[in-house]
Design a protein around this ligand. Structure first.
Ligand code: OAD
Length: 246
């Protein structure tokens, strides 16, 4: 399956960075952002995903993320074969595999992955507006929610990176990419930077780049190799081939 790329004799030595986007969680029942009937078709990005939107109408922003958190925690939403395939790959590669996700769900962890960097934050975390400390949360937060880290206690916000804010773990991600052998981008439209630029970094560091998506992304021409189809099928097949050493 891998073209123009020589796998090492011992697959466990292969260093892989995987970037995931909303497409990997679509078959788990979570909406993507830009597909038909996606989240940005039914909600104004500026209203629910910017610091200005939060300042103008916090109740709307709290509600948007509360609904998404509740959906994530509902019994119907479960990891799919693509999440499980990546967890299986981590079981073989251990710390040589890192998942950098734009997703704010916890489906990678629920499938068994440990090495996950959430660059856009997490639905299951709330952030103190004063200290910026995060606290795990499984329940709704709103304008009355207060932290337990400050005296007097301060208001909380969703721990989501909004447009205009700096994504998390950027230095770590860049150094992982620099050292990687393989960069695999899964289920992302390639429209939001800096994640959309990771393929450029991979190319710069001569890391073999692969796109696995339902359809060609914005960055399609920058990938050395591409395979299209639903994530549950394509990612599973890709990981199986990798583990077989082809
Ligand atoms: P998008 O909604 O922009 O793109 C989802 C991608 O997944 C598209 O290219 C689809 O073709 C693909 N896709 C859909 N279903 C799929 C399936 N079953 N299998 C494989 N691929 C599938 O989502 P992202 O690229 O993740 O940021 O969006 C990036 C960022 O934009 C998000 O993290 C979010 C959003 O605004 C913030 O909120 C800050």
């Amino acid at each position: 399956m891998l073209t123009n790329f020589q796998l090492p004799e011992d697959i466990a030595t292969l260093k892989v960075v995987v970037l995931t986007g909303a497409g990997i969680s679509a078959e788990s029942g979570l909406k993507t952002f830009r597909d038909n009937n996606g989240l940005w078709e039914n909600h104004a990005v500026e209203a629910v995903a910017t610091p200005e939107g939060f300042e103008q109408k916090p109740s709307l922003v709290y509600r948007f993320y509360n609904e998404r958190r509740q959906q994530l925690l509902s019994p119907e939403v479960k990891p799919n074969a693509a999440h499980y395939a990546l967890a299986k790959l981590e079981a073989k590669l251990a710390d040589n595999l890192w998942i950098v996700t734009q997703n704010v769900d916890n489906l990678h962890q629920r499938a068994g992955s440990n090495n996950v960097l959430h660059m856009h934050g997490s639905l299951l975390s709330a952030r103190c507006l004063q200290s910026q400390k995060n606290v795990e949360t499984f329940s709704n937060i709103d304008g009355t929610s207060r932290c337990s880290c400050c005296q007097p206690s301060s208001k909380m916000r969703p721990d989501i990176v909004w447009f205009g804010e700096i994504p998390k773990h950027m230095e770590r991600i860049e150094s992982l990419l620099m050292e990687a052998d393989l960069f695999v981008s899964i289920g992302t439209s390639g429209t939001v930077y800096p994640a959309a630029g990771f393929v450029n970094l991979a190319n710069h560091y001569q890391v073999h780049s692969v796109e696995l998506n339902l359809e060609p992304s914005e960055g399609v021409t920058r990938f050395a190799e591409k395979h299209y189809g639903s994530a549950s099928r394509v990612v599973d097949e890709f990981v199986e081939q990798l583990l077989k050493g082809c």
